[in-house]
Design a protein around this ligand. Structure first.
Ligand code: UDX
Ligand code: ADP
Length: 458
């Protein structure tokens, strides 16, 4: 069959994978190929056990795989055949040299740009999909314009706004799709080509066109604003614990103000995920580079409050468990950075596990989907941590339970059964405020939640 367009995505991760699966499903007239350097990952995408847990993804993959969706490691071949190339490789925070700890590490990106350059015999549209510092498209453009054979590249920014755990819903029914290009004739022409792809299922009034830098900066700003709401409510959670105000009541009350709105006001043990911290630090780095130190400090404080909230959680555990957890078994329920994903990148659970381990606690980590990643995150202390997917077994003999991820299943556990197997007095620390605190208290638990007065028998 002849396809109308040949689309390539470089990088088969959390962003590239689901995005291309949805494009292939919505656009049977396009041939979509996803390539990655990681052979194991590509093999997994081609198998029964796809490498990402995301509700609904599995079914969509099966519908189109080997029809108009292909996963492969043949990157050069893929580049040659493609009209449009989405780049979705990782852009971690740099951990060396200038900008270490803040700036994005663009080595994967640059390598990709050079590979595109080396394999392109005709004009192509390059779309940046990974979150990147502002002006990356320009840098990419500079590399790509080294061409001597007259091949032209248009570099566009089409940032991804999907959230993990709801990726398919977000992709199928996005609030908006943002496409940035140069304001030149060829830039606008390329932009229209990308608009055409999304127009297959996204209403035109939700497709926003802008210049490249606005698109890039909008992505960082959206994540910074979302994270800032969480840090704001988390900062107030500490005040609630001192004053006996209830954080959920405060969040509800302010969220009904239509100017504020109800979303992203759920106080928690802290935000995680691959984007928030990285993007804010990127923003901070850019501001510092332009001499905007006050702006940089303002945004950096969002990350600092988050780190403080994580540490505060552990401090509360210690304080309330008679100032020591040494030798005590502590069951951590949830390791993923949020529910409905196996992803653990920047999960607060990593810091909390490590801090409890430093305090010589016997830490049991439990999660329905993230134990494999947890083992990787805790590789250096793996032998000292217990990994247990059954929450009942994890809690057996524990002094305390801490809820770190808001998995539905943790709401419905038989806590009456659990408390019987625990060391008394039994403690529960609800880092996601998802449990019935009064009910647990009446069962005999000492209950500590975020931004709420403790319920204790001691
Ligand atoms: C985020 C953005 O939402 C998405 O648009 C962007 O493209 C990528 O980054 P993601 O990291 O997948 O998506 O998850 P998100 O739902 O934003 O949650 C991030 C973290 O904040 C999680 O750890 C979550 O538990 C926490 N969170 C979220 C809260 O603590 N409280 C809230 O009210 C909302
Ligand atoms: P994200 O959450 O942004 O999608 P991931 O780390 O999940 O990030 O995915 C990025 C993917 O990009 C990984 O699977 C990685 O193997 C792949 N990758 C990195 N560099 C290259 C490259 N030069 N060519 C092809 N794939 C790459």
């Amino acid at each position: 069959m002849d396809f109308e367009k040949s689309i390539l995505c470089i990088g088969a991760g959390y962003v590239g994978g689901p995005t291309m699966v949805v494009i292939a499903n919505k656009c049977p007239q396009y041939r979509v190929t996803v390539v990655d350097i990681n052979q194991d990952k590509v093999d997994a995408w081609n198998s029964e056990n796809i490498p990402i847990y995301e509700p609904g993804l599995d079914k969509l993959v099966k519908k189109v795989r080997d029809k108009n969706l292909f996963f492969s490691t043949e990157i050069d071949k893929g580049i040659k055949a493609a009209d449009i190339i989405f780049v979705s490789v990782n852009t971690p925070t740099k951990n060396y040299g200038q900008g270490a700890g803040k700036a994005a590490d663009l080595q994967y990106w640059e390598r990709t740009a050079r590979q595109i350059l080396a394999n392109s015999g005709r004009d192509k549209i390059i779309v940046e999909k990974s979150t990147l510092p502002v002006r990356t498209a320009e840098a990419m453009g500079r590399i790509l314009h080294e061409t001597e054979n007259g091949v032209r590249f248009e570099v566009l920014s089409n940032p991804e706004f999907l959230a993990e755990g709801t990726a398919i819903k977000d992709l199928e029914n996005p609030d908006r799709v943002l496409i940035g290009s140069k304001d030149t004739e060829s830039g606008i022409k390329a932009r229209k080509e990308i608009v055409e792809i999304y127009a297959n299922w996204v209403p035109m009034d939700r497709i926003i066109e802008s210049n490249v830098w606005s698109a890039e900066l909008s992505k960082l700003t959206a994540n910074a604003f979302l994270a800032q709401r969480i840090s704001s409510i988390n900062s107030i959670s500490a005040l609630c614990e001192k004053t006996e105000a209830d954080i959920d009541e405060v969040a509800y009350a302010i969220g009904t103000d239509s100017r504020i709105g109800p979303k992203f006001l759920k106080s928690s043990v802290g935000f995680g995920g691959s984007c928030f911290k990285k993007d804010i630090l990127n923003l901070v780095y850019i501001c510092q580079n332009y001499g905007l130190d006050e702006v940089a400090d303002y945004w950096e404080s969002v990350v600092k409050i988050n780190e403080w909230q994580e540490r505060r959680f552990v401090r509360n555990m210690l304080l309330n468990m008679f100032n020591t957890v040494a030798g005590k078994r502590i069951a951590l329920l949830g390791f993923a950075f949020k529910a409905n994903t196996g992803d653990t990148r920047e999960s607060p659970a990593i810091t909390i596990t490590r801090e409890l381990f430093e305090e010589h606690a016997e830490v049991v980590v439990s999660d329905p989907k993230a134990l494999e990643n947890a083992r990787i995150d805790l590789k250096d202390v793996e032998d000292s941590i217990i990994f247990e997917d059954d929450p009942y077994k994890a809690s057996e003999g524990a002094h305390a339970i801490a809820i770190l991820t808001e998995w539905e299943l943790y709401k419905d556990l038989d806590y009456g059964r659990i408390i019987k197997g625990m060391v008394q007095p039994a403690f529960i620390f609800d880092g996601r405020n998802i449990l019935d605190h009064k009910g647990l208290f009446s069962m005999g638990f000492n209950v500590f939640a975020i931004g709420k007065a403790p319920l204790t028998h001691i």
